[in-house]
Design a protein around this ligand. Structure first.
Ligand SMILES: Cc1cc2nc3c(=O)[nH]c(=O)nc-3n(C[C@H](O)[C@H](O)[C@H](O)COP(=O)(O)OP(=O)(O)OC[C@H]3O[C@@H](n4cnc5c(N)ncnc54)[C@H](O)[C@@H]3O)c2cc1C
Length: 530
């Protein structure tokens, strides 16, 4: 008898979700996490005394409400703070766009620049909402894979067909037409104002190595609507206490069902006997056996670092090596003495700054920012997604002070002719100087800064190539092709070894869904074995 029924590698939010559902079903489950805290990329860390940051992921609006209810997360300390306004997008010419949560109020704001766009905005939101809802339906189906070729469920296929039919003829065609389009082309069909188009298009390039004119970015735009979708804008919400509170709530729920969690426990290798996983070895040499091993670490790390390659076929190994995971995101976390004052309209208003702040005012700007990264250069004028969660949740900073979290895009993992140890401060300065251009005097309010380059994301947070989604979300790396074609149902070529992280279907973001579907699949397998 193995000591544990299941060992989960990694206490990121997906690992914790899988562990909890397995324990709930009666499995003796152990979670092993290499960092000193649980949460993976969804953590709150105090990087300067009294200033608590969601160091990596900062928005949790797409976390599954089904899992929240199922695991009673609210009673374990999870509280989502919805954003309103959703977004504030300043530009250097003094104009700015404010997008309140309500479609009609947003349309009124847009109307200051274009009546044509204002009239069309609610219809665009409704369409985006319907298309992303259908995408979510597709995320919910179990796709066929090599381990279970006969388990494809025709009833599920019929259900999908019915939901697709219910979109109506026009939207059925729109779904098929829009998904492979570029975000820019799609938005150009709808709107005329560039600030609005850039603001919406930013969702199409988040975390990807592409600009808004790249084919397939319309899919990304829709992917970021999933969750408590408000239509045309990204779903967004802070977690009270920082995003780490979600992970803490998940850990409490897990422990309630008997899951053991060990932090500071790095798995060195997955032990395999006669082609089947039978346990793990920790960095300190300790061996722990288990009937099943489930990895929430990214897929490349799992197969290229933790498993003996002799157990994997050359074709499978090549597929894993070919997963595109080119990191392009950096994070700059700033402790502030005061709120920034943007020079554009609304820019002095704390309410306006309480949602997401976008710096990336035109489609050309976003495209050029990405062009630099394509050629291995840190973007001269990067796209920034900024949040100041201490406006909604003052507990994150000392009284009167603030925490600012800046997502900077187009910071390529592979720098041409340089490396991140030389460029870390350049990146930090570039971000701060850019914000200063939009909000003069901002620099003087900085008390402390933390810079996380793609290399830091790899070394500190275990993200191969610093990729924030454990592998790009792109049309050739989703659905039955995630993580690789043929292995979309959390199984692997090694018996009793499963995957459950963001690199698996339905992909990245703080959704909990890969972890949930993985647990469902593993439990289904067990009942089949009985
Ligand atoms: C800078 C940044 C900002 C982001 N912002 C957002 C956002 O605002 N909203 C959003 O929805 N998504 C965001 N994302 C993406 C999102 O955070 C991830 O898709 C998601 O959190 C990944 O969760 P996970 O549980 O699948 O994996 P992870 O959180 O990566 O968890 C994997 C865990 O495995 C552990 N591990 C790895 N190897 C080992 C080993 N050998 N032994 C033991 N443990 C190991 C790691 O330490 C880690 O804790 C962001 C990502 C980054 C990097």
């Amino acid at each position: 008898m193995a000591t544990y029924d299941a060992i989960i590698i990694g206490a990121g939010h997906n690992g914790l979700v899988t562990a909890t559902y397995l324990a709930k079903a009666g499995k003796k489950t152990l979670v092993l996490e290499r960092r000193p805290i649980v949460g993976g990329i969804a953590v709150t860390e105090e990087i300067s005394p009294g200033f608590k940051f969601s160091t990596c992921a900062h928005l949790a609006g797409s976390f599954s409400s089904g899992i929240v209810a199922d695991l009673d997360l609210k009673n374990h300390g999870f509280e989502l703070l919805g954003l309103d306004p959703l977004l504030f997008a300043p530009s250097l010419d003094g104009n700015s766009l404010l997008i309140p949560r309500d479609f009609y109020k947003a349309a009124a704001e847009i109307g200051h620049y274009s009546k044509f766009d204002a009239d069309k905005y609610p219809a665009f939101c409704a369409l985006a909402k319907n298309l992303s809802a259908f995408l979510q339906t597709l995320y919910g189906i179990a796709l066929p894979d090599k381990a279970n070729p006969r388990s494809f469920n025709p009833a599920e296929l019929l259900k999908i067909g019915w939901k697709f039919h219910r979109l109506g003829e026009k939207e059925m065609y729109e779904f098929l037409r829009v998904l492979p389009m570029s975000a820019a082309d799609w938005l150009n069909e709808w709107f005329e104002n560039d600030l609005l188009k850039a603001t919406l298009a930013a969702s199409g390039i988040l975390g990807s190595f592409v600009g808004p004119r790249q084919q397939g970015t319309a899919f990304n735009l829709l992917h970021h609507q999933i969750g408590a979708s408000n239509g045309a804008l990204r779903t967004s919400g802070f977690v009270r206490g920082g995003i780490g509170q979600l992970s803490q709530a998940l850990a409490k729920a897990a422990q309630r069902f008997g899951v053991e969690i060990r932090t500071g426990a790095e798995v060195l290798k997955i032990v395999t006997n006669s082609g089947a996983a039978s346990g793990i070895v920790l960095q300190n040499g300790e061996e722990i056996d288990a009937t099943q091993v489930i990895s929430s670490a990214d897929v490349k790390r799992t197969f290229l670092k933790l498993v003996e390659p002799t157990y994997l076929g050359p074709h499978f190994l090549l597929q894993i090596q070919n997963i595109r995971a080119r990191g392009t995101v950096a994070k700059v976390n700033l402790a502030l003495d005061a709120l920034p004052k943007f020079k554009s309209s609304n820019g002095n208003d704390a309410v306006a700054l309480g949602g997401v702040i976008h710096i990336g005012p035109t489609l050309d700007y976003l495209e050029r920012a990405c062009d630099d990264a394509k050629y291995g250069r840190l973007s001269a004028q990067p796209f920034l997604e900024i949040t100041i969660p201490s406006i909604a949740d003052p507990s994150l900073a000392p009284t009167g002070k603030h925490v600012m979290s800046v997502w900077m895009q187009s910071a390529p993992y592979d720098l041409r002719g340089s490396d991140w140890s030389q460029q870390r401060d350049t990146l930090g300065d570039r971000v701060v100087n850019l914000i200063e251009e939009y909000a003069p005097g901002f620099k003087n309010s900085i008390l402390h800064r933390q810079i996380l380059t793609p290399f830091d994301l790899e070394t500190e947070y275990s993200l191969t190539e610093g990729h924030f989604y454990h592998g790009e979300m792109a049309l050739d790396q989703i659905f039955f092709m995630r993580p690789v074609p043929g292995w979309s149902r959390y199984h692997t070529p090694i018996e009793n070894l499963y995957l459950c992280g963001s690199g698996t279907h339905p992909g990245g973001g703080v959704t909990g869904l890969p972890g949930y579907y993985a647990a469902k699949e593993i439990l289904k397998n067990r009942s089949r074995q009985k």
